[in-house]
Design a protein around this ligand. Structure first.
Ligand SMILES: Cc1cc2nc3c(=O)[nH]c(=O)nc-3n(C[C@H](O)[C@H](O)[C@H](O)COP(=O)(O)OP(=O)(O)OC[C@H]3O[C@@H](n4cnc5c(N)ncnc54)[C@H](O)[C@@H]3O)c2cc1C
Length: 593
């Protein structure tokens, strides 16, 4: 049976030593004193390990079952969902007006990481509801907000996001689902959506589907797409549930992972829908909460890596195989534990340095979303928009890789199901695909985001790195050698790649697009390098101040040094690939593949 312990101490370090939330002038942050955040994180951590984690394997092995048009979730899911609702965990960062707790998004992110780390499939029901509720909050009329939000914030009603159709996933301009206007102002929605997460299940009284569809006669392609609210049960004027709407589940998919989450084919047959936001501006409405949604998927990458890593550490300390080549460490036993071997150490250090660095990147991103939303900080908004494809693409690719590394620590025992290690890799894999496949995230970064506002935001990022290096170059010689110099060098590689795109992308866009995936990873490494340098600075200050928890801070420094020495230099290889251009990538005729 796998274990999961919520990383509350690491989260507290990020909130208070690194981000220094209480010193921030973002509204709501001054309330986040260490006692308060500790109480919340401890409580969320308890639910994660005591309620959600034991259901993770059950969800994986039982899966969801479609019976007579209803989806049955795995044993224990409904009771746990009710417990989450009763505890008020469903509307942490939602406005009080609709029953939420109005806490900052960064706290919501920390809690979501714990819930997802202990049970990703379960947490998605709530996550999808949060996404749909955020869209209604941003674009709904007052009447729509009053009708749907209180029930969605409490998760009495859950939500879904319906974009994908059989013939279109990335290219949503090809969409066929139609919305015929009716005399009473509503629409009749007809069409089929596939792969809809939490599309049907037995844990809520109603399901509020947000559906993208085309109003006949509108502009062609993506510009003709509008967003609609399509409830499973129509809602009467007094807020009670009325007739069943024309939406039904056609099938549930058999899939690689997240078995506890129902992935549904949804059929819309003249279903009643209500326009959300403006006609033909559906993609814009969806995109307003894209930064949050994609950060939430990046979080899944970190959460699965963390859970898998925790189990790999226990196994590496327990499993006896071979002897330490530098001298026996377990003379009374038949062999030494795996953790003595340098190759196992390499793997564990890769995992540890990624999860802690990735979590810092996530929290930083979430704090920028708070600054953008709560303080109307345009620079924070621009920077987090630039970094969103990196958060999503890099953290989910690396998160998946780290679950594979953790599985590898178990050898054959990781491949069989007994220790539950394959579930982490199977569950982590989807995060690389949905919410925009990672290849498309890289295209978004290089093809769109770099040039936004004349490149202002990427220049601001480079300036931030430069300023950090300048301001902290005198901490100590060791800090400069271990953290500042590697960060400078990696940032230089990233700038050189950007320059290559500028000089060559205009001549032939393939030169930019063929390097986009490397660029996304390179950017991710530089961000984690910056995070590690900041964490190391915070750890060093705590040590200099005589912290009573020296081991924790020393460990931070050691882990950070590993990242800077062993992971960050990956930027040089990415740069070499990028500057080789598109010629070798595109040389083969399609017929020769
Ligand atoms: C378990 C699961 C849950 C999901 N949940 C939801 C949900 O709740 N709601 C929803 O609407 N959808 C959902 N999806 C769908 C998911 O978002 C899509 O599968 C995803 O966006 C990719 O679309 P596609 O599968 O059609 O792939 P395609 O669009 O056919 O793309 C195939 C590959 O080609 C690449 N590609 C496509 N276009 C380009 C291009 N121009 N340049 C370079 N590469 C390109 C992509 O990166 C991808 O690797 C879910 C999918 C799964 C498997």
């Amino acid at each position: 049976m796998p274990i999961y312990t919520a990383p509350t101490k690491d989260m507290q370090f990020l909130l208070h030593d690194v981000l220094k939330v209480t010193a921030s002038n973002v509204p709501g942050y001054s309330d986040l004193d260490p006692e308060f955040t500790n109480a919340i994180l401890e409580e969320a951590g308890k639910i994660s390990s005591e309620v959600l984690q034991p259901l993770n394997i059950i969800g994986d092995s039982e899966g969801c079952v479609l019976e007579n048009g209803m989806v049955r979730t795995p044993s224990g899911f409904k009771a746990a969902f009710d417990q989450m609702k009763e505890g008020g965990w469903t509307g942490i960062d939602m406005p009080e007006q609709y029953g939420g707790q109005n806490m900052p998004y960064v706290i919501g992110t920390a809690i979501s990481e714990m819930f997802s780390g202990s049970n990703q499939a379960f947490t998605m029901y709530q996550g999808l509801t949060h996404g749909a509720a955020s869209a209604i909050l941003a674009h709904g009329t007052d009447a729509q907000k009053d009708t749907y939000l209180p029930k969605m914030v409490s998760c009495d009603w859950t939500g879904t996001m319906n974009l994908t159709e059989p013939h279109c996933g990335t290219d949503l301009g090809l969409m066929r689902t139609k919305a015929e206007p009716q005399e009473n102002g509503s629409y009749k929605i007809s069409g089929q959506k596939i792969f809809i997460s939490a599309g049907e299940h037995d844990m809520a009284d109603n399901i509020i589907h947000l559906v993208l569809a085309k109003i006949p006669g509108g502009p062609d392609g993506i510009k003709g797409v509008s967003l609609f609210i399509v409830p499973k049960f129509l809602v009467k004027d007094d807020g009670t549930l009325g007739a069943r709407n024309g939406v039904s589940v056609g099938n549930i998919e058999k899939k690689m992972g997240i078995h506890g989450n129902s992935t549904c084919v949804m059929n819309y047959d003249d279903a009643t829908g209500y326009l959300l936001g403006e006609a033909h501006k559906g993609m814009r409405a969806m995109f307003t909460m894209m930064n949050e949604a994609r950060l939430g998927v990046g979080m899944q990458g970190v959460s699965q890596a963390e859970a898998a890593y925790q189990n790999a550490v226990v196994y590496a300390k327990d499993r006896l195989q071979g002897r330490d080549v530098t001298g026996t460490k377990n003379p009374d036993g038949p062999a030494d534990p795996l953790i003595v071997h340098p190759d196992i150490r390499r793997s564990l250090m890769d995992q540890k340095s990624f999860t802690e660095g990735g979590r810092a990147f996530l929290f930083w991103g979430a704090s920028m979303i708070d600054a953008a939303h709560r303080s109307n900080d345009k620079d924070a908004d621009g920077l987090v928009s630039l970094l969103t494809p990196v958060i999503k693409g890099f953290l989910t690719d690396e998160g998946y890789d780290m679950t594979v590394r953790a599985q590898q620590v178990f050898g054959g025992h990781g491949y069989i199901e007994e220790h539950g290690m394959s579930q982490f890799t199977r569950d982590a894999r989807i995060a690389q695909i949905y919410e925009g496949a990672n290849g498309v995230q890289a295209l978004d970064l290089v093809g769109r985001k770099l040039a936004v506002d004349g490149g202002k935001h990427v220049m601001a990022f480079f300036e931030m790195v430069k300023t950090f290096c300048k301001e902290n170059g005198t901490i100590s010689e060791a800090f400069t050698t271990d953290f500042i110099e590697p960060l400078k060098s990696a940032s230089k590689d990233l700038q050189a790649a950007g320059m290559y795109f500028m000089q060559n992308g205009m001549k032939n866009p393939n030169h930019a697009l063929a390097g986009s995936y490397d660029f996304m990873h390179m950017f991710g490494h530089v961000c984690l390098g910056l995070m590690w340098a900041q964490m190391a600075k915070a750890a060093q200050s705590a040590l200099d101040a005589g912290s009573s928890d020296a081991a924790f801070y020393e460990t931070k420094l050691v882990t950070g040094r590993y990242y800077m020495a062993r992971r960050l230099p990956a930027t040089a290889l990415h740069l070499t690939r990028i500057t080789s251009g598109a010629d070798t990538v595109m040389a083969l005729d399609a017929a020769h593949f």
